[in-house]
Design a protein around this ligand. Structure first.
Ligand SMILES: [Zn+2]
Length: 449
C-alpha cells in the first residue's frame, strides 16, 4: 500500500529532544515528503500547513526498539505485526528491529525477503527484521546483509528455536558472519552452567522454581566471555542483547574500550525490576530469559546507560497469552509484552536512577539507530524521517491492561503509576496514533527491502 502524502506540518512551542540532547529550538517543520525540513524558533506557519501547538510539551524522535518478537510469520496467534506494531505506537515506537524466534527462521534470503514484502499493509511501524544465524543461513549471509541489520544467534537455549550450544559450531557460524561482513546479535546464556544449576537445585523445592538461580549471573557472564573470545578470534562484529548482569555489561564495555568490535544493550526490565523485589504472584509474569537479577546489577547497568557506555535499550517484547504465562513455573513460557510501555518505562528508569531522562531517551532513539545503521531514524535533524512523538512528561497514569494494544492484553507492570505516555505519534509525517488509539491504515515500510 503506498504511503499517503502527509500534509506539511509545523510543530510549535515545544521542548525538542534530538536523540541525544534537548535543543534550543522550539519548532519543527516537516514537508509533504515526510522528512524534517526545518528546526528553529518562531517559525511562521505557511499557507495550508497543519499547525500543532505543543504548549511546552516534548517532541521526541520516534522510538527505535531494536529487540522485539512479533511472531509473524508462524505464530500470529500470539501477536503478529498488526497487533505488535499497534502496541509499538502506544509505546512511542515507530521503528522495530524484530527477531523471528519461532519457525520459520529467517534462514535464507528468500524467507527474509518474503517476510519483508508480506508485512506491507500490515505493519503500522517501519521495520528491519534480523536474519537468523543458523546452519541453513550460512551460505546466504553475504546477500542477506543488504536486507537486514544483523543476524541473530542464540547462545544456549531460550524460549524459541535456533539455539546453539557447542563452541566449534559457534566458531564456524561467527566466522561465516565475519566473512560476510554482517553483524552478529546474540542472546548469551551458557547451557552447561544452567544445566548444572538446575541439577543442583533439583532437590530443593523452594529454590527449584527460582528462575534467577537456574539462569544465573554466571550463566550470562560465561556465555558473554565465550562470545567475545570467539568473535575476536574470527573477526566477527558482535552485539550482546538484553544484558542482565552488571558483570556481563562490564565485560562488553571493557572489550569495547580495548577496541574490540563488541557492543551491547539491556532491556527496560533489567533497569526497573529485580528477582528480589518481584512479588511471588507476579514472578511468573516476570519470568524472562535472561532472568531478572539483583539490585547491584540493576544499579550498575543503569549507571552504564547513564554514562553513555551502554547506550542502547531494547524491550525484548515477547508476547504470550496470559493463560500460558500463568501456568506453573516449569510450564510457563519466558518473556512478556512490554513494547506498549517503552517510553513511560524509560522515564521510570531515569527516575529510579535519579537521572535526567536524556541518556535513557537516547538509548531508545539515536543509540539503536546508530548501532544498526538506521540512518533515517532515531534523531530530529534536517532531512531525516519525521517520525515524532508528542509527550507531556508530567502526565502520570496507572498502567491499565485494557488500554494496551498488543495482542496479549496484559503487562507485568500493571498497577504501576508511570509518566510520559505518548499523546500523538507520527510516522514519516503521518499521524498514526492519537488519544490511545491507532489512526488510519498501516503504512509501515521495510527499511532494508
Ligand atoms: Zn528476545
Amino acid at each position: 500500500m503506498p504511503s499517503p502524502t502527509p500534509p506539511s506540518r509545523l510543530f510549535r512551542g515545544g521542548r525538542l529532544f534530538d536523540g541525544t540532547q534537548f535543543l534550543d529550538a522550539t519548532d519543527l517543520r516537516c514537508g509533504p515528503d515526510g522528512r524534517i525540513t526545518e528546526i528553529g524558533t518562531q517559525l511562521v506557519a505557511e499557507l495550508g500547513e497543519e499547525v500543532t501547538e505543543l504548549d511546552g510539551r516534548w517532541l521526541l524522535p520516534g522510538l527505535v526498539d531494536c529487540h522485539v518478537h512479533f511472531r509473524e510469520p508462524g505464530l500470529v496467534r500470539k501477536e503478529g505485526y498488526g497487533y505488535g506494531s499497534s502496541g509499538a505506537l502506544h509505546g512511542g515506537v515507530t521503528t522495530v528491529c524484530e527477531i523471528q524466534n519461532n519457525p520459520p527462521l529467517m534462514d535464507s534470503l528468500v524467507t527474509l525477503k518474503t517476510k519483508l514484502e508480506n508485512l506491507r499493509g500490515i505493519s503500522r511501524v517501519d521495520y528491519a527484521p534480523y536474519g537468523s544465524l543458523v546452519e541453513e543461513s550460512l551460505s546466504d549471509l553475504a546477500i542477506m546483509k543488504k536486507h537486514c541489520p544483523a543476524v541473530k544467534c542464540f547462545l544456549g537455549c531460550s524460549t524459541g528455536a535456533g539455539g546453539v550450544a557447542d563452541e566449534a559450531t559457534l566458531r564456524r557460524w561467527f566466522a561465516a558472519a565475519a566473512k560476510a561482513g554482517i553483524k552478529v546479535v546474540a542472546h548469551c546464556e551458557d547451557n552447561d552452567v544452567m544445566d548444572a544449576a538446575t541439577e543442583a537445585l533439583r532437590d530443593d523445592p523452594d529454590k527449584f522454581t527460582r528462575h534467577d538461580l537456574r539462569r544465573s549471573r554466571e550463566a550470562e557472564v560465561v556465555s558473554i566471555d565465550s562470545a567475545i573470545a570467539i568473535a575476536t578470534e574470527v573477526g566477527a562484529i558482535l552485539h550482546v542483547f538484553h544484558i542482565s548482569t552488571f558483570e556481563g555489561a562490564a565485560r562488553v564495555t571493557t572489550a569495547a574500550a580495548r577496541g574490540m568490535a563488541v557492543t551491547g544493550s539491556t532491556a527496560p526490565h533489567y533497569l526497573l525490576a529485580t528477582a528480589d523485589d518481584t512479588e511471588a504472584a507476579v514472578q511468573n509474569r516476570f519470568k524472562v530469559n535472561p532472568a531478572l537479577k539483583y539490585e547491584d546489577d540493576r544499579v550498575g547497568i543503569g549507571n552504564l546507560v547513564r554514562q553513555g557506555m551502554l547506550p542502547i535499550v531494547g524491550t525484548d517484547h515477547a508476547p504470550h497469552p496470559l493463560d500460558e504465562k500463568d501456568r506453573p513455573y516449569q510450564k510457563a513460557p519466558s518473556g512478556f509484552p512490554s513494547i506498549d510501555l517503552l517510553l513511560p518505562l524509560m522515564f521510570a528508569a531515569a527516575d529510579l536512577h535519579q537521572c535526567s531522562p536524556e541518556p535513557f531517551l537516547h538509548a531508545v532513539t539515536q543509540g539503536p539507530a546508530d548501532e544498526f545503521a538506521l540512518v533515517q531514524k532515531g534523531r530530529l535533524a534536517l532531512g531525516l524521517d519525521a517520525d515524532l512523538v508528542i509527550v507531556d512528561p508530567s502526565q502520570k497514569r496507572v498502567v491499565d491492561e485494557t488500554t494496551l494494544l498488543s495482542r496479549s492484553g496484559w503487562s507485568p507492570y500493571v498497577g504501576r503509576e508511570l509518566r510520559g505516555f505518548p499523546e500523538q505519534v507520527f510516522l514519516r509525517g503521518n499521524l498514526v496514533f492519537a488519544d490511545g488509539a491507532t489512526v488510519g491504515d498501516p503504512i509501515g515500510q521495510p527499511l532494508m527491502a
